[in-house]
Design a protein around this ligand. Structure first.
Ligand code: HSE
Length: 438
């Protein structure tokens, strides 16, 4: 075994689900890890605002002031798993300025401030590793940055928020109440500190921002992601979609088009026979369409202590290996060389092309459907399927229309005209639909 001076010393900031999991994993697998890195990894300092009865930190220095960890001269690598974007940003900045490498699971921090943090790290010759930031235990960062490095990536579609997928799965399969399922996900350590990040799609948008940069070689642009959550999704639409042969999933979609890049997070109908439509519960999956390999799918646990710790510790191993090899051994943070990132425009949502599921509530009168289909044809929108359900309110019928692909702007114009019709009651429900074929 190596001499004591070869030990790599790590500081962990944050002792929640992820920090506790990483600390435990480093101890449990210490021997195997040292065989992989050539140098043992030891946690020497933990920054945590409170203790955890289930994590034995008696052999480690623990500070309530999290900045004490980055200021500790013996710490070589800082693991930032405290979350948030204010203190965490300051902490990571200080770590970089102190010449320490950083491993982080903080997708919000990177999506919002990653451009500046990566540039700072590059100037100071240190590395920020972030496999745990997206899809927990699924090594999708490494896939995009290294495994698919020879490919031109054209599109990706991911179920990248475990909590949201778990809620959708339980609602659909067991008819469970939204709040009740959310509480369970929180208790299991899957949900964000602020669960609106999960149910309103913000967490997925953070992750999509990171994936899109790695896929297309563009700067991180969180503010340009179109984001819609699952909180307004009605169970009746899940049932009608299923009748038409579709599942509704909350997807993050990034697509390269001749006009620019589509970046969007929203509930999406996908054909029920696609592999990704069978991803249930807290599991994540990312479908990548690239040339020449074609479609590839990556699936696994996207949240929780063990899977996220797996990604954190893998990053630590990478950093330790790179420390042995010198700076030349590292891949660029965003997969492409920093001076080769393109300023490709991100398209506003009105400019995206997709198919749609529409649900209208119509007065049961002759000619109403003819008016609706005329509006669609005026806008150049082709109908793929149409379904009229028996009346469930006096004199009113639900009509479900599935369209072919059209630009969102044309669809919004058609919807405004439909909603202005006297015989269309309520707003029209609009859910985007992707066939996810090549
Ligand atoms: N809240 C996140 C999720 C945790 O449910 O996927 C993992 O990033």
């Amino acid at each position: 075994m190596q001499a004591k001076q070869d030990v790599v010393k790590v500081g962990i900031v944050g002792l929640g689900t992820v920090g506790g999991g990483a600390f435990r994993l480093l101890q449990e697998n210490a021997h195997e890890i040292a065989r992989r890195t050539g140098r043992p990894i030891e946690v020497v300092h933990i920054g945590a605002r409170s203790d955890r009865p289930d994590v034995d930190t008696s052999q480690v220095k623990v500070s309530r002031d999290v900045f004490a960890v980055v200021q500790d001269p013996q710490v070589d690598i800082v693991v930032e798993v405290m979350g948030g974007t204010t203190t965490a940003r300051e902490l990571v900045t200080q770590a970089i300025l102190a010449g320490k490498h950083v491993v982080t699971a903080n997708k919000a921090l990177l999506a919002e401030h990653g451009n500046e943090l990566f540039a700072l790290a590059e100037r100071h010759g240190v590395y920020i590793a972030f496999e745990a930031a997206v899809a927990g235990g699924v090594p999708i960062i490494k896939v995009l940055r290294e495994g698919l490095a020879a490919n031109r990536i054209d599109a990706l579609a991911g179920i990248i928020n475990g909590t949201g997928n778990y809620i959708l799965s339980e609602m659909r399969d067991k008819g469970r109440d939204f709040q009740d399922v959310l509480k369970e996900a929180q208790a299991l350590g899957y949900a964000e500190a602020d669960p609106t990040f999960d149910v309103e799609g913000i967490d997925a948008a953070h992750k999509l921002t990171i994936l899109a940069s790695l896929a297309f070689g563009i700067p991180l642009q969180f503010s340009k992601v179109y984001t819609e959550g699952i909180s307004r999704l009605a169970v009746i639409d899940v049932a009608y979609a299923s009748e038409l042969g579709y599942s509704i999933k909350h997807l993050g979609l990034a697509r390269r088009t001749p006009a620019g890049i589509e970046l969007r997070v929203h509930p999406t109908l996908i054909p029920s026979d696609r592999l990704i439509s069978h991803v249930h519960g807290v599991k994540n999956a990312v479908l990548v369409q690239s040339h020449p390999v074609g479609p590839t799918l990556y699936y696994g646990a996207g949240a929780g202590a063990g899977p996220t710790a797996s990604a954190i510790v893998a990053d630590l191993i990478d950093v330790v290996r790179a420390m042995r090899e010198g700076h030349g051994g590292r891949v660029p943070h965003l997969a492409f060389q920093p001076d080769a990132l393109y300023d490709t425009p991100v398209l506003p949502v009105e400019a995206v092309h997709t198919a749609y599921y529409l649900r209208l509530q119509a007065n049961d009168r002759p000619g109403v459907l003819a008016e609706v289909t005329r509006i669609l044809s005026d806008q150049g929108i082709s109908i793929e399927a149409i379904l009229q359900k028996p009346a469930h309110a006096a004199g009113q019928v639900p009509v479900i229309i599935v369209t072919k692909i059209v630009q969102e702007r044309a669809m919004n114009q058609a919807l405004a005209r439909m909603e202005a019709l006297e015989d269309i009651v309520d707003r029209v429900v609009k859910i985007r639909l992707e066939n996810l074929d090549a």
